[in-house]
Design a binder for this molecule. Structure first.
Ligand code: MOS
Length: 739
């Protein structure tokens, strides 16, 4: 077990610190909006997006005469003058191709000027007239309008297993309650930003993204360009959490604007422009019914979810998904329905589905445990799913039982009072709560390139992204391990669409997808190195067999006699000083559909609730996770901690409040949209079992970007109940709901 709050020497082969850590803390790491090359900086044009101020209807007219005369203005793009695209307009984007308004805050014009203040100032001088239509707002008041996902879309209406009515008849204890989660917005530290410039018919962009290849494909499709004419770069991404997994409207608008003005265009979203146009986590209402027999064995689970979606297109927050597979139950039925809203598109947000699914199901489980007078951990063990109940197939590797045991031990769960409201410290009520964490392990095809250089260093490249997760670090480690040298001797390049293709840095899949490709490329390069030595009459390894050779510390040598060999540098220098280069790719194994690949964890929280103010302080969170092999102690454990911090925010703080009449996000800024700050977070103790899942991939690593948020919100919610005896069923659990 690897634990963050214990002394842990850096294991051999791991970098102690982030590969990109010094570049980031010294400001040398350039994010998308910071580039001043290779285009001439003096030519840079600044774009500012103008947003609709009504939630529904159409634009009747835009008077731009005054704005055009404003100082520094170069051009103003509106639906009335923008070049029309020949491609089909994507439903989820607002790129000025029509005058329709679907939500308050939708991009409706772009002002281009010689500086950002000039552009912003001129934007205020536009006079926009609308034909307003009644807006679909007030989600909670319109639940009866919920409909199944649109036919032909990618969302599924529901699932059924067993005979729910017959099974439920056997229940001696039943919980039937409704739980809700709010609309949330991602808000990575780096706002969305794009710099676009054209060289003839070739389009270049710097873009803050989780998916350079996705941006490339989107731009090529929308602008009707050959794929090879689009070049996307993003060496650093200042967080994304799903909101940068998609090329939103501003990316295309920047490219269109750059074409119009024939100059490089920089478009950076302001913080308040990120509440709507770049995706939200839909709000969900979840009716959950769980029946159990007297021994605590679950006989049936029913979960009917209703979520918000945009009038523009369907996107589902699969909050019912967790209820299908987390526990055994002989019968199971779930539905997912949607209420259309005049809001921006929903999208993936850290652990989409599981973050909300565990937040609601795990309160219901706590309620069931209480009714059964059973320990909540024991209830979960009684209903432990050895195989995936939703797909009736084995897990590639599941060690959740050990997670419960070890996290409970680390937390001191045995000291919990089962009866709520029993423990006080002065003016505070103290409570303990726990929940299960889970997130799927995804993997996609990926490619990489590795070069062994004559100077003794190694280059590893892949068209992946580092969204703050540590991809640079673990790519260096992986190439180093395959070649037998120190990871500090590896130079990594990523975030450039000219590199071999890799998947979106989403779905916690990059580690499991990209590292096997880097490993394959490095092993190919190593084989080429062997061959060079074997064919070189001046090498001490001349005429050896490749199976007799190995590498370590930048040397190639005979396994049987390590003294016979030479350095990579000596070998390459003697052979024309050309680098050895190899590409490699990797993809999920042929048996991927015969097993479920899933990560699990157990998370425990202690809260102190003020008896007068009902403010909740999360004093401690302890989580133990089964995530396969941990590739790097620092970057890995930090991601789990970050996920837990977000889980605390989910439980207590976060909610995008929509004005019921105007449809604008009322708290669309960092002052009013509350997230935890340092003072809100107590001690976080995370540990991982570090049991390799080699059925999933050769490195045995399942990815950890998202699982940390799952379960954490419910653990806090259940601790609030244990502290106060007050059961809150809608997030966030602000003081007004607790009193
Ligand atoms: Mo993640 S929500 O798949 O970026």
């Amino acid at each position: 077990m690897i634990r963050n709050n214990q002394a842990r020497p850096t294991p051999e082969g791991q970098l102690e610190h982030r590969y990109d850590g010094i570049a980031k803390v010294t400001g040398k790491a350039k994010y998308a909006a910071e580039f001043t090359e290779p285009f001439p900086k003096k030519d840079l044009v600044y774009a500012y997006i103008v947003h609709s101020t009504i939630p529904s209807g159409s634009i009747a007219s835009i008077d731009q005469k005054e704005a055009e005369r404003a100082f520094g203005v170069i051009a103003i793009l509106t639906p009335f003058n923008v070049p029309k695209l020949t491609s089909a307009k994507p439903h989820n984007l607002s790129i000025l191709q029509d005058t329709e308004v679907h939500y308050n805050g939708q991009p409706i014009a772009v002002v281009l000027a010689s500086s950002l203040p000039f552009a912003r100032q001129a934007a205020r001088m536009l006079t926009v007239k609308y034909n307003q239509q009644p807006a679909k707002l007030n989600f909670m008041g319109r639940l009866d309008e919920a409909r199944p996902p649109k036919q032909g879309g990618r969302e599924q209406p529901g699932t059924q297993r067993g005979d729910l009515a017959a099974s439920m008849a056997k229940a001696t204890v039943t919980v039937e309650e409704t739980y809700s989660t709010p609309l949330q917005n991602h808000n990575p530290m780096e706002p969305h930003a794009t710099i676009a410039w054209w060289e003839g018919e070739e389009l270049n962009v710097y873009d803050g993204t989780q998916y350079i290849s996705g941006v490339k494909m989107s731009l090529a499709r929308i602008l009707n360009l050959p794929l090879e004419n689009v070049h996307v770069q993003c060496p650093y991404t200042g967080g994304g959490f799903g909101s940068k997994g998609t090329a939103w409207s501003h990316v295309t608008l920047a490219a269109m604007a750059a074409k119009v003005v024939q100059k490089p265009v920089k478009l950076v979203l302001e913080r308040n422009q990120m509440f709507g146009p770049v995706g939200t986590r839909p709000t969900t209402v979840n009716k959950i019914r769980i029946g159990a027999d007297a021994s605590g064995k679950i006989v049936g689970i029913q979960h009917d979810a209703i979520m918000s979606t945009s009038v523009m297109d369907d996107f589902a927050e699969h909050s019912a998904g967790t209820s299908r597979m987390l526990y055994n139950s002989e019968a199971n039925a779930t539905t997912e329905k949607m209420v259309e809203m005049n809001l921006g598109m929903g999208t993936y947000m850290r652990a989409p589905g599981e973050a909300t699914g565990t937040a609601v199901l795990e309160i219901a489980m706590d309620e069931l445990a209480h009714k059964l007078k059973m320990d909540p951990v024991q209830l979960r063990l009684v209903n432990y799913a050895e195989t995936d109940p939703s797909r009736n197939r084995p897990f590639s590797s599941k060690h959740l039982r050990e997670c419960y045991t070890q996290a409970a031990e680390n937390f001191g769960w045995s000291k919990r009072n089962a009866e709520p409201g029993q423990k006080t410290e002065g003016n505070k009520q103290i409570g303990y709560g726990m929940a299960t964490a889970t997130y799927p392990a995804n993997r996609s095809v990926a490619a990489a390139i590795v070069r062994i250089l004559p100077n003794g260093r190694v280059f590893a490249g892949s068209g992946t992204q580092d969204i703050g997760t540590g991809m640079y670090t673990i790519m260096a480690q992986t190439a180093a391990a395959a070649l037998g040298l120190a990871p500090t001797l590896v130079d990594v390049k990523l975030g450039d669409s000219a590199l071999p293709k890799a998947p979106v840095s989403g779905g916690s899949q990059s580690t499991a997808s990209v590292l096997p490709a880097v490993d394959a490329a490095a092993k190919q390069a190593k084989l080429k190195l062997f061959q060079l030595a074997m064919q070189d009459a001046h090498s001490p390894l001349y005429n050896a067999k490749d199976t007799d050779l190995d590498t370590k510390d930048g040397h190639i040598f005979l396994k049987s006699n390590p003294a016979t060999g030479e350095s990579f540098t000596a070998l390459l220098t003697r052979n024309g000083a050309a680098p050895i280069e190899a590409e490699g790719s990797a993809e999920p194994g042929p048996d991927k559909n015969s097993m479920t690949t899933q990560s699990f964890g157990a998370v425990f929280a202690e809260v102190a609730v003020d008896k007068d103010t009902h403010m909740v302080q999360v004093r401690r969170v302890v989580g133990t996770y089964d995530i396969g092999t941990l590739m790097n102690n620092k970057t890995g454990l930090n991601q789990l901690m970050g996920g837990i911090v977000w889980g605390v925010g989910f439980a207590l703080h976060e909610e995008a409040v929509i004005d019921p009449v105007y449809g604008r996000t009322v708290n669309g800024n960092f002052a009013d949209y509350h997230v935890p700050v340092n003072a809100d977070i107590g001690d976080i103790d995370v540990s991982v079992l570090n049991i390799p899942d080699t059925k999933f991939n050769p490195l045995g690593s399942r990815g950890i970007g998202e699982i940390g948020i799952t379960g954490a919100a419910a653990a806090v919610a259940n601790a609030i109940y244990n502290a106060t005896g007050k059961r809150v069923r809608n997030y966030p659990m602000t003081p007004d709901k607790i009193m």
